[in-house]
Design a protein around this ligand. Structure first.
Ligand SMILES: NC(=O)c1ccc[n+]([C@@H]2O[C@H](COP(=O)([O-])OP(=O)(O)OC[C@H]3O[C@@H](n4cnc5c(N)ncnc54)[C@H](O)[C@@H]3O)[C@@H](O)[C@H]2O)c1
Length: 287
């Protein structure tokens, strides 16, 4: 961060774990936290999901994130693994903390998105979204929290929910349920970890220009939402359209916009903020 010509390294000497780090917001968070002085532990499954209709990230994407972290002059320990695999997550946390010496910041960013009317979602898709977006977030917490408590120096956990974590977005039932649950999980954990000075907050992004939302690396928009056309139907637009409107006159935000908030929550500038959800959503939840 550049302030008055001085480089501010708010996370000097800290170590941060970022999940879903191969691309999109996770990559932006890893680079941003590294630019603020943190060494990084990163992972991503880099594999396809049955419930998604956008391209999966690749091992090459994750390798590129690791290179971009190193380009910030920071160390990185990274691995391809699925957050649903608790032993593998625990193993990486053990390796990362052994190599880098500590763990101060955890950014639980990974997630998947599935579209469908609630009654048409298959059991398989329901289970996959809930297990990735909710249960595996809990698994990563289960792997990192004992280490952070034992370290005894506080810390900051940031969980990526969504505007769909506080609102009933249509066509997204398992996603909405998982993201609402993350808001609750954040509050419970913030209460449990307050005495350890470990803060727990969630960010609620609006539409972000990533592959999940159909964007490619050049910022070109394809369509990953098969229900987008529905919103052009006058009867649907009149009733459901306002749910997707923003207060600011823009439609999309960039991964770096979310990374700015994540870096703030990771830093001591937010030392008295815990148990809360922070929208980065162009004002959409204010409507
Ligand atoms: N893009 C949006 O419009 C938007 C809006 C609100 C919230 N979000 C949330 O932001 C987060 C980041 O999404 P993004 O927009 O960068 O999407 P993305 O698809 O570009 O990146 C998500 C990354 O998470 C990884 N991942 C998914 N499940 C995983 C698992 N089980 N284990 C390890 N890695 C896994 C994917 O492989 C992918 O690389 C997600 O939690 C998403 O739900 C996105």
């Amino acid at each position: 961060m550049l302030m008055g010509g001085l480089i501010m390294e708010r996370l000097s000497g800290k170590v941060a774990l970022v999940t879903g780090a191969a691309r999109g917001q996770g990559r932006a968070h890893a680079i941003r936290l590294a630019s603020e002085g943190a060494d990084i532990i990163a992972f991503d499954s880099c594999s396809a999901f049955k419930s998604t209709n956008y391209d999966p990230s690749t091992l090459a994407d994750l390798e590129e994130t690791a290179k971009l972290v190193e380009a910030q002059g920071r160390r990185v320990i990274w691995r391809q693994l699925d957050a649903r695999d608790f032993p593998a997550v625990k193993d990486l946390v053990e390796e990362g903390t052994r190599e880098l010496g500590r763990l101060d910041v955890v950014v639980l960013n990974h997630g998947i998105c599935h579209y469908g009317y609630t009654w048409e979602v298959t059991e398989e898709n329901w289970d996959e979204v809930i297990s990735v977006n909710l249960t595996s977030v809990w698994k990563v917490l289960k792997a990192v929290v004992p280490f952070m408590r034992e370290q005894g120096e506080g810390g900051s956990i940031i969980i990526t929910s969504s505007v769909a974590g506080v609102r009933g977005n249509p066509f997204l039932a398992p996603y909405v349920c998982s993201k609402h649950a993350l808001v609750g999980l954040t509050k419970t954990l913030a209460n449990e970890l307050g005495q350890n000075r470990i803060r727990v907050n969630t960010v609620l992004p609006g539409g972000v220009m990533t592959p999940m939302a159909g964007f490619d690396w050049n910022g070109e928009k394809g369509e990953s939402n098969p229900f987008a056309g529905e919103l052009n139907k006058p009867e649907i637009a009149a009733t459901l359209g306002p749910i997707f409107m923003n207060a600011l006159p823009d439609k999309w935000i960039e991964p770096d916009d979310v990374a700015n908030t994540v870096a703030f929550l990771a830093s001591d500038e937010s030392k008295f903020i815990t148990g809360t959800e922070i929208p980065v959503d162009l004002g959409s939840t204010a409507r």
